[in-house]
Design a protein around this ligand. Structure first.
Ligand code: ORO
Length: 298
């Protein structure tokens, strides 16, 4: 009923744990059997280990949260040697989220991941919390084209590009990435935002800006998924503030073939599994035989 096959990969259901909110699945697997999920996207990986940003990293806002993690991760080699075997044992689709500070770094990281056992590479050109690379590749379509083109040359696995809502023109950005060889588009990453500590009279975050996620961004993310889905002929993965099955169904009706759930995991660690169950029930009650029937129906 919820099963869907894309890029030759079978997803048990369209619900994927979003990058940066699920680690490598270990902690959540202690709470519930995460193999019930459609997939898991790893924390953003870089060629070398990163310690992440100094100062505040998370800050709650009305209807959402700000983060400035700064791509803390153990590095791609460590991930492949120490985390991937565990992840593969979870019997769900494994999506490696890849970031980098330069095109060379993206390409080297992509080469390593392509030779590994991950199922899909999600090229992250949308992290707002690093000085070099990250979102800087995801604002202007011309710049994004270069990184997608170079990474595509070394990647045989399915390549999904994760877009920033801060892109100058989200539709042009998506179309450009597909023209350079992206097999899919995921959107949206977090919005560039900020908060001020009025007692210190200073920005909350050391980098001043941080990434806004959660329910407050959902209507904008939904609009972007709708626009992009109409403009590209590759599968779209929708994310941005999904917190229950109704939100997930909205994204699928807007054109997403899969959805990712991020910030909701922090509020309710069972969010993903509850969304899977809620979607199943919705289909039953509505008399829908297969989830494919509602993708892009709006
Ligand atoms: N934060 C985000 O909001 N998106 C990313 O892709 C990465 C980070 C981070 O590591 O700070």
């Amino acid at each position: 009923m919820l099963e869907i096959t894309l890029w030759g990969k079978k997803f048990k259901n369209p619900v994927i744990a979003a990058s940066g909110t699920f680690g490598f699945g270990r902690e959540y697997n202690e709470l519930y059997d995460v193999s019930v999920l459609g997939g898991i996207a790893t924390k953003g990986l870089t060629l070398k280990k990163r310690e992440g940003n100094e100062g505040e990293r998370c800050y709650e806002t009305a209807g959402g949260m700000l983060n400035s993690v700064g791509l803390q991760n153990p590095g791609i080699d460590y991930f492949i040697e120490n985390e991937l075997t565990f992840m593969k044992s979870l019997n769900t689709v494994i999506i490696a989220n890849l970031s980098g500070g330069s095109i060379e770094e993206y390409v080297k990281g992509a080469e390593k991941l392509d030779k590994s056992d991950v199922d899909i590479i999600e090229l992250n050109i949308s992290c707002p919390n690093v000085k070099e690379g990250g979102m800087n590749f995801g604002i202007k379509s011309k710049v994004a084209r270069e990184v997608v083109r170079e990474v595509r040359k070394v990647v045989e696995k399915p390549l999904v590009v994760k877009l920033s809502p801060n892109a100058e023109d989200i539709v042009d950005m998506a179309v450009s990435c597909v023209e350079e060889g992206a097999d899919g588009i995921s959107l949206v990453n977090t919005f560039k935002a900020m908060a001020i500590d009025i007692y210190k009279r200073k920005p909350v975050f050391k980098n001043v800006f941080a990434g806004l996620s959660g329910p407050s961004i959902k209507p904008i993310a939904l609009r972007m998924v709708y626009e992009v889905s109409k403009a590209v002929d590759v599968p779209v993965i929708g994310l941005g503030g999904i917190r229950d099955y109704k939100d997930a169904i909205e994204f699928m009706m807007a054109g997403a073939s899969l959805v990712q759930v991020g910030t909701a995991n922090f509020i309710n660690p069972f969010a993903c599994i509850e969304i899977v169950k809620g979607m199943e029930n919705f289909l039953k009650v509505q008399g829908i035989n297969s989830i494919g029937e509602i993708i892009g129906i709006v």
